[in-house]
Design a binder for this molecule. Sequence first.
Ligand code: DX5
Ligand code: ZN
Length: 216
Amino acid sequence: MNHLVAPSLLSADFLNLKRDVEMLNRSEADWLHLDVMDGVFVPNISFGFVIMDLLKSITDKPLDVHLMIVQPEKFIDEVAAMGAYMMNVHYEVCTHLNRTIHAIKEKGMKAGVTLNPHTPVSLLKDIIQDVDMVLLMSVNPGFGGQKFIHNTLSKLDDLKNLIIQKNSQALIEVDGGVDLETGKLLVDAGADVLVAGSFVFSTENPEERIRQLKML
Ligand code: DX5
Ligand code: ZN
């Protein structure tokens, strides 16, 4: 399949969110990536359901919700109620990951599991068949605009092998430090979905940046 592009709203202009979401609606973006941070799992706080419910009402794109929070299982109903397409939870905070993944699916959403840069792919051996997507963090989560961690490419290789070996249908998404150079390496290595925040929004013409990422 051709890869998808999911711009992260974290790098948008928060005083002009409506303008930026409307730009994304016009763009070739496939999904809208929403980063929720709690100041506990990650050293930053972003936005929550009040903002996301408003965003949902003005976007045409499927919502790819990335929860960087402890106890994400507490919020499955809220994420489902806002009409999310994909709910991503971090491996590092889910004691009962199997239960959480199935609870997400029972609410009609796709279920993604996210790995921090230091968390090995091999830990997914007994859950890979149950998840719709694996999100590999290529920076330490919490902030936009960080440098891509190159070891992600070797994790991507491991993940591809695991998916094939276990006959899983999981997509591979990569998040953090994605630009045209790192994006090309990731697409060539088999990434299905590229998240990009600062690369998309740090320009006068974000639609063009999205188009360039789609062409990789
Ligand atoms: C980081 C977030 C990312 C972030 C990516 O914790 O999960 O989605 O917005 O930003 P860039 O593309 O600037 O690294
Ligand atoms: Zn993210």
